[in-house]
Design a protein around this ligand. Structure first.
Ligand code: HEM
Length: 305
């Protein structure tokens, strides 16, 4: 799933298509991300050191992509090909580039990271859940087959089709409630806040934890039960209580992208394949939730409608 989300983000956001360069990049990228949560000891044999070296090479690749795009733009290519060409084409009133190449490089890397392990964690846990829960699997399959059978063979999914995937998205939301890919983030208290008898002074840094809120039984009754129907009436869920994507002005800007990526992937997976779990079912957080020994599945093609 990580390879899939990485490839999607590369081709959609950077116009970086299939090929040996992209394959090299995913390998480097995995080494880079592995070092984010390592002890920062910079010696040749450490994970941290491998991550630093991989980061330098990924940066070089992204820098070259930016230069290539810049040349294409100078030759009259469209400024709306991908994220990089859009960022390169933002000018100030004096017709000067508003964002430096270094900033574009940083943004490109940040978006790659933010959209890589998050959606892949959601997809992995959805695949696991669909194995373990035949009733939910049957309902998702029914919804997706209904959409597939009304399309001429080979026609891509449309926005209208995505809007029809209501049950599938409720299953994804319930999956994120129980296994939020990001377990929390930092905020700064703008004023003194009283919380359950404690004062959090203005200026303090707060770490909000989505899992705790999602498991609060006064908001989500029987919180350990997997029940997608709790999202049928979303107006009944109090604001800032379902927060897999965070909230407020810094809410995840990739939320819609993640929804589309998830729905499209599940559509093709469930209508074309059957799968069953082969390995053990345990998982841990490192810090993303992930199956402890990978999610081993046996996958077989289904008869396509
Ligand atoms: C299931 C998938 C995803 C989940 C659960 C998720 C979750 C989150 C969360 C919890 C935050 C912090 C929000 C806050 O502080 O309030 C965040 C921020 C962010 N996400 Fe996502 N995300 C997902 C997918 C993506 C994708 C696909 C992209 C890009 C294509 C993306 C780009 C970002 C960026 C750029 C930020 C930083 C926003 C800022 O600081 O202003 N995310 N995400």
């Amino acid at each position: 799933m990580r390879t899939l989300t990485f490839n999607i983000i590369c081709s959609l956001l950077f116009g970086f298509e299939r090929g040996p360069k992209r394959d090299e990049c995913i390998d480097l990228f995995q080494k880079m991300v592995a070092g984010f949560w390592s002890v920062p000891v910079n010696l040749p044999f450490t994970r941290y050191n491998r991550s630093l070296r991989a980061t330098a090479r990924v940066r070089k690749i992204v820098k070259n992509i930016i230069l290539e795009k810049k040349m294409q733009l100078e030759k009259g290519a469209s400024s709306h090909q991908d994220l990089i060409t859009c960022l390169l084409s933002i000018y100030n009133d004096d017709n000067k580039e508003l964002i430096t190449e270094e900033e574009i490089e940083d943004n490109a890397l940040f978006v790659m990271i933010a959209g890589y392990e998050t959606t892949s964690a959601l997809l992995t846990f959805l695949i696991r859940l669909l194995c373990n829960n035949p009733v939910v699997h049957a309902s998702v399959l029914q919804e997706q087959e209904e959409i597939a059978k009304n399309k001429p063979s080979g026609e891509s999914l449309t926005w209208e089709d995505l809007a029809k995937m209501k049950y599938t998205w409720r299953v994804a939301m319930e999956t994120m409630r129980i296994f939020p890919p990001i377990f929390g983030a930092f905020r700064k208290a703008l004023k003194d806040i009283e919380y359950e008898g404690y004062i959090i002074p203005k200026g303090w840094t707060i770490f909000w934890v989505s899992y705790k809120t999602h498991m609060n039984d006064s908001i989500f009754p029987e919180p350990s039960k997997f029940d997608p129907s709790r999202f049928e009436n979303q107006a009944s869920i109090p604001p800032y209580s379902f927060i897999p994507f965070g909230g407020g002005p810094r809410i995840c800007p990739g939320m819609e992208y993640a929804r589309i990526e998830t729905l499209v992937t599940i559509h093709y997976l469930i209508t074309r394949f059957k799968w069953k779990l082969c390995g053990d079912d345990s998982f841990s957080r490192r810090p993303m939730p992930e199956p402890s020994n990978g999610l081993l599945v046996q996958i077989t093609p289904r008869k396509i409608l």
